[in-house]
Design a protein around this ligand. Sequence first.
Ligand code: NDP
Length: 247
Amino acid sequence: MAEKKRALITGGTRGIGRAIVEEFLQSGFADVVFFYRSSDDAANELAEKYSSGEFKLKGIKADVSDFTQVEKAVTETIEFLGEVDVLVNNAGITRDNLLLRMSEEEFDAVINANLKSVFNLTKIILRPMIKQRGGSIINISSVVGITGNPGQANYSASKAGIIGFTKSIAKEVASRNIRVNSVAPGFIETDMTGSLNEEQRKSLMDVIPLKRIGKAGEIATVVKFLASDDSSYITGQVLTVDGGMVM
Ligand code: NDP
């Protein structure tokens, strides 16, 4: 089996991020540090679940939109893991509203949590990654970053921004043996989509060829592929994982 990777995953307490943490650990693919913002109970429960000697896992509370907090948390991460081979920028929020009603605070909060965070993490991890001569960065975007979505101008802009960022950095660091890719999920069953009502779920089935909402684990396995050496010739790509919604 290939040597174990060392991975940093943001937003690991819930939903897709948690599924990535668990996929990496359970398959023996990587030792993991995850960041989270406020869910102390979920973070403790996750750390407890994988506290046996077989696994190496640590949760760090850090707001990914804050450069100084990220700097400190990355230092702590490298102390714990030694090096970081894989960065998964997954943390994200929504503050949906039609533009006419959207406040400046709602716009800024989403851009900072979803896009500025990707700048913060990537910039800070890049130097150590260059030093160790390689790595893989995966940024979680969304299909709405490609298609747009009414009521989500802030969110769609942040996710489209992630795609542009991914491609630019992929070009900047390819010669350093660092790959940068994005995964764009469609509708995935998590807290973020938990508020969809029956009618909304039904109308989604009309636009999802596979006729179901996705599972967080179905994003996690794709992220693991992009993090692994199996994807060693893939960089600068956006992989939609959406039951065929956008094609
Ligand atoms: P959840 O709301 O279930 O979980 C979000 C996670 O991000 C939590 O762990 C949360 O920590 C963390 N987080 C949020 N803001 C910050 C912050 N400022 N600093 C640190 N951590 C933060 O989200 P999902 O699992 O549904 O989504 C994960 C990613 O996938 C997001 O980027 C989202 O945009 C994207 N996505 C999701 C889709 C879906 O259908 N669910 C579709 C397309 C994309 P805490 O628990 O402490 O709050």
